[in-house]
Design a binder for this molecule. Structure first.
Ligand SMILES: Nc1nc2c(ncn2[C@@H]2O[C@H](COP(=O)(O)OP(=O)(O)O)[C@@H](O)[C@H]2O)c(=O)[nH]1
Ligand SMILES: [Mg+2]
Ligand SMILES: [Zn+2]
Length: 308
């Protein structure tokens, strides 16, 4: 009987159709360059970083292995494509740039619906301590895990070790907030690709060109340009799903006396009462209403689009 030459591993990098796969061989963690079988292309599947794959020797000395099978993904985020993401490090600066809380809430909603654990990181707290405390309090009260970072008090590896565990974590958020700075400092990489240095390159600041998984204890972390172009409609999010991004509203809404309440402005709605009592943050509520309203108003359009 021939020896089984199949190995199971994770794609950590993909450039020009050549994938780097991290796997265990002879009890050692190693990585190899792999091509993908043409069959994937025929099926419309493109391997992505984070994919858990089976690889077999290719017989080609240049690209030693070939990806033979891709496991079903637990999550998939496009632009940039990352599969099996289990944690999003939602990074927003408290100032410079000012935090885009609509984007933050949208990403919390996308995480909630994709089984991705969100962890919020507010950076640049050195530039505005007051706002950093206020934002931290709003999102902690909403039920999220929130970390605060500044150059004086930067996040350490041990702050994130337990949070990431054996999962795959990606930095997400607008450009210029400090994602690369944080990712590089956690990995002990020199700040080669952060804004300050890359500003010399005329391609513009804050570009993170290759999205790549880096080992981080038992798991992986990756820097990204942000995932900021995610659209709720493209994700197929229904107006009734918006509560997945608002656990604090959802918890109270279960006690609403109306069965088909949108919890936006109905008289006698439990959420109106909670707002009046200051139990729910006004800004969070307003963003809930605007997402709900936008998706509700477009409900017929996206249903048609989803059918096609
Ligand atoms: N004051 C301050 N500046 C920071 C902090 N984190 C990052 N920066 C600066 O913000 C700029 C953008 O950082 P970068 O990591 O490239 O942001 P990215 O686009 O999110 O990857 C750089 O000039 C960093 O030095 C912080 O906590 N405080
Ligand atoms: Mg960056
Ligand atoms: Zn209600």
């Amino acid at each position: 009987m021939s020896e089984d030459k199949t190995f199971r591993g994770v794609i950590t990098k993909g450039v020009g159709g050549v994938y780097t796969v991290r796997f265990v061989k002879d009890n050692n963690l190693t990585s190899a360059q792999c091509a993908a079988r043409g069959a994937f292309r025929l099926k419309g599947i493109k391997p992505a970083i984070g994919d858990r794959v089976a690889i077999v020797p290719s017989g080609d000395p240049d690209v030693e292995y070939v990806i033979d099978d891709i496991e079903e993904r637990t999550s998939f985020i496009a632009r940039p494509p990352v599969a099996n993401l289990s944690i999003m490090l939602l990074t927003f600066s408290v100032t410079n740039p000012a935090p885009d809380l609509t984007l933050l809430d949208k990403m919390l909603l996308i995480c909630g619906l994709n089984n991705i654990k969100p962890v919020i990181i507010f950076t640049k707290s050195d530039l505005n301590t007051g706002d950093s405390e206020r934002l931290c309090s709003v999102y902690t009260k909403a039920g999220y895990e929130v970390l605060v970072s500044s150059p004086q008090n930067a996040l350490t590896k041990s702050d994130l070790r337990d949070i990431i565990g054996d999962g795959i974590a990606a930095f997400a958020g607008p450009s210029g907030v400090g994602k690369s700075t944080l990712c590089n400092s956690l990995l002990g990489i020199d700040i080669m690709q952060t804004g300050e240095v890359s500003s010399k390159i005329k391609r513009g600041r804050h570009t993170t060109r290759h999205v790549e998984l880096h080992e981080f204890f038992e798991g992986f972390i990756c820097d990204t340009p942000g995932f900021t172009s995610l659209s709720l409609e493209e994700q197929g999010i229904d107006y009734r799903d918006v509560l997945y991004g608002y656990p604090e509203i959802n918890a109270l809404a279960t006690g609403c006396r109306f069965d088909d309440c949108s919890h936006r402005k109905e008289d006698g709605c439990v959420i109106r009462q909670a707002l009046a009592e200051g139990k729910i943050d006004q800004g969070r509520f307003e963003r809930y209403v605007s997402f709900y309203t936008e998706l509700y108003d477009n409900r017929n359009n996206y249903k048609i689009r989803r059918k096609q």
